[in-house]
Design a protein around this ligand. Structure first.
Ligand code: TA6
Length: 302
């Protein structure tokens, strides 16, 4: 693992035994690449802005301390963690099995305006671990101040969906043969209540065994108890997402229409990703003075 001289703002890590690799921007501690078994597993928009003037559109931005916006805090959408420059804390473990690195963020790194908007003393530690077929990202939040504070947090993971032509019998029709986000299946959400952000935050219970993505989808599944969410890409691959310490799972794809209105999302990017985001966003987490909260995810590439 190293901070490259040519790109000192990016940490590149390699798992020597398998050739798996990952890249993490110090800006936002945003994972921008995870490659295993010869494939890129994270999506980054073709129009992503990478000059530290805006949160990176893709990879795994870290949402903290608010999800969306919250009236009582004058913070940017999804908080400041994804737009702050984190510290590189170094390699934690490097064995044949895994490589693990850490990043840190405290209030001293925030601008005055952000510190004023969220006046708490905190320490975030973000641990990224890579094995042959798995990526683990874990956030810990320590309250270093003298008062309790509340927060939401989310690992806003943009999983890459391969775009492949699936061979089917003639007559050939391009639309029938194209494999993209509209053909994936997500399992593990059945029976869970979700807040539908594209339908005025209506609450429903998911009755499908296999959730599919047809058009814009933006749902917060609350208190998801199933041990794993499985994303089947329809062509023999996909992901298994397991979470620890967090309650909720967000499923998001912008869809064709809205993609055209988002400046840093290419018009034709939306079929290439699905966001499966684990976090605690349905309710605020209360953290007392001196306490530490930990939550995160393990993503296995199939
Ligand atoms: O996590 C889903 C979501 O909150 C959506 O509502 C959608 O707006 C998305 O995140 C992107 O937010 P951003 O601030 O990155 O444009």
């Amino acid at each position: 693992a190293l901070l490259s001289h040519s790109q000192p703002h990016i940490v590149s890590i390699h798992h020597a035994a398998s050739a798996a690799s990952a890249e993490i921007y110090l800006y936002g501690a945003t994972l921008s690449s995870w490659k295993t078994k010869g494939k890129e597993r994270l999506f980054v928009s073709t129009k992503a802005i990478l000059d530290e003037s805006k949160a990176i559109r893709g990879g795994i931005p870290v949402v903290f301390p608010v999800f969306g916006t919250q009236e009582q805090f004058n913070l940017p959408q999804h908080g400041f963690a994804r737009i702050s420059k984190w510290e590189w804390l170094g390699i934690i473990t490097e064995t044949d099995e895994e490589i693990s690195v850490q990043f840190g963020l405290g209030e001293a790194k925030l601008t005055d305006a952000l510190r004023l908007a969220w006046p708490n003393s905190f320490r975030l530690t973000y641990t990224v671990t890579l094995t042959a077929d798995m990526l683990k990202t874990v956030l810990s939040v320590k309250n270093e101040g003298s008062n309790a504070f509340e927060f939401n947090t989310l690992l806003h993971t943009y999983l890459s969906v391969p775009l492949v032509i699936v061979p089917t019998p003639l007559p050939f029709r391009f639309d029938r043969n194209l494999q993209d986000v509209s053909r994936i299946h997500i399992s593990g959400l059945t029976g869970h209540t979700f807040v539908d952000k594209v339908a005025a935050n209506a609450r429903h219970v998911e009755d499908r065994e296999l959730v599919t993505i047809q058009g814009e989808v933006d749902r917060v599944y609350v208190d998801v108890q199933t041990p794993e969410i499985r994303v089947d890409d329809g062509v023999g691959g996909g992901y298994v997402v397991r979470k620890t310490g967090v309650r909720d799972t967000v499923v998001w794809n912008i869809g064709a229409e809205k993609a055209r209105t988002m400046a840093d999302m290419g018009d034709n990017d939306w079929p290439h990703y699905i966001c499966v985001e684990v976090g605690s966003v349905g309710e605020l987490v209360l953290l007392g003075r001196g306490e530490t909260w930990t939550g995160g995810q393990t993503i296995t590439a199939l």
